[in-house]
Design a protein around this ligand. Structure first.
Ligand code: DHB
Length: 368
């Protein structure tokens, strides 16, 4: 009967290509969730079918279609980049299949389908608090460098609007998503001599950015590095090295988050994945599974898409990042944003949280 039938989740991630670190982190977190919390929820055994879209939106769309039509999945999940989430939204709507966005973070994504719920974050949610911190801490002139697509434009505009309203000045440049060369942009930053450089690059790209930052001598020019936490993500922070020391970032997750639940999570993740540190992508994946499991418990195993998405609205739990809730109006995640400083803790670089802004909603939708 229904109760014994496995419930299939189509998990689409960039497992190869330039954004493979996102796929690797989320895949590891999904496996850890199933190992820790078990595969049976609401009487249904969760069966995850992993597909690699290599970060290519045409592939994501084709894989989503195949998963729905051939594999008859009840849930689509993953979505490592904004264009990949957007390419799937119409399929989720037509098939009435919940689409759990575990990574992509452009604010508008949840408006692309009523079946989308998100467990990552939005760039305005993380970037507006940065504007407040910068202004309150004597920074007057900022240069922004962002990757030129949805999340970068969200980061730039939300930071700049808030910072300018406070009285600051902002100059901005955008760098291509594919094969970025930061050198010419960093040259302009060097000439402009701002108090701070605000950066957004997607997860995994921060190492390359920081290397060129040092090569241009910007680390010695007294320009403070600020931004949402993507540039200093925990997966690559150790490899970036001491140049990241002192960076101030605002984000929803740090592997150094000081709670017993997070310490246990990081330890279990590292035990299962030697050499890897869980980053915010891993937490988006882990909580995405938690959301699916909670919804199935609420529907007592009924995988009807309308019932599942209804059960997700307003769901709340204690995440390893802190308390979270799916906003019933927007299906985005309400969560704490932490202000962090990159520091050396023992021999390791960590993003150490030192202030908390509680229960932050996506500000773009909150203003609508
Ligand atoms: C997106 C991708 C990232 O790697 C990230 O850190 C933030 C946002 C995106 O494409 O939405």
């Amino acid at each position: 009967a229904l109760a014994q039938e496995a419930l299939k989740i189509g998990l689409i991630l960039p497992m190869t290509g330039p954004f493979a670190s996102t796929g690797r982190q989320i895949d590891a977190a999904v496996k850890l969730f199933l190992a820790q919390e078990g595969a049976v929820h609401g009487g249904r055994k969760l069966e995850v079918i992993l597909k690699d879209d290599a970060g290519n939106a045409d592939a994501t769309r084709r894989l989503a279609q195949e998963l729905v039509v051939n594999d008859k999945v009840s849930v689509l999940a993953g979505f490592g980049l904004t264009p990949l989430a957007m390419a799937t939204a119409q399929i989720a709507t037509q098939a009435k299949v919940p689409q759990i966005v575990m990574a992509a973070a452009t604010a508008t994504i949840t408006e692309a389908s009523p079946y989308i719920a998100r467990t990552s974050f939005t760039l305005p949610q993380a970037s507006e608090p940065m504007a407040d911190w910068a202004w309150a801490n004597g920074i007057k002139k900022v240069f922004t460098v962002v990757t030129d697509y949805g999340p970068g434009i969200d980061a730039e505009t939300s930071f700049a609007n808030k910072f300018k309203a406070a009285g600051g000045t902002v100059e901005s440049v955008r760098v291509p998503l594919r094969g970025p060369d930061f050198a010419p942009f960093l040259q302009r930053v060097s000439e402009a001599k701002p108090d701070a450089l605000f950066v957004f690059v997607p997860s995994g790209v921060g190492a390359q950015f920081m290397k060129q930052f040092v090569e241009r001598g910007l680390d010695k020019a007294g320009i403070k590095l600020i931004g949402p936490g993507d540039v200093v993500d925990d997966d690559i922070l150790q490899g970036i090295g001491d140049v990241a020391l002192g960076a101030i970032t605002t984000h929803h997750y740090s592997a150094a988050h000081d709670s017993p639940a997070n310490k246990a999570f990081v330890e279990a993740f590292q035990k299962a994945n030697p050499g890897m540190r869980p980053n915010f992508m891993a937490v988006g994946g882990y909580d995405g599974m938690k959301l699916i499991a909670k919804a199935l418990e609420a529907t007592k195993g009924d995988a009807n898409g309308d019932k599942l998405i209804a059960a997700m609205k307003g769901a709340s739990w204690e995440s390893v990042r802190g308390p979270v809730k799916i906003d019933p109006d927007t299906r985005d995640i309400i969560q704490n944003i932490y202000v962090r400083k990159t520091e050396k803790v023992g021999s390791e670089l960590q993003n150490v949280e030192f202030a908390t802004i509680k229960d932050v909603k996506d500000p773009v939708k909150a203003r609508k």
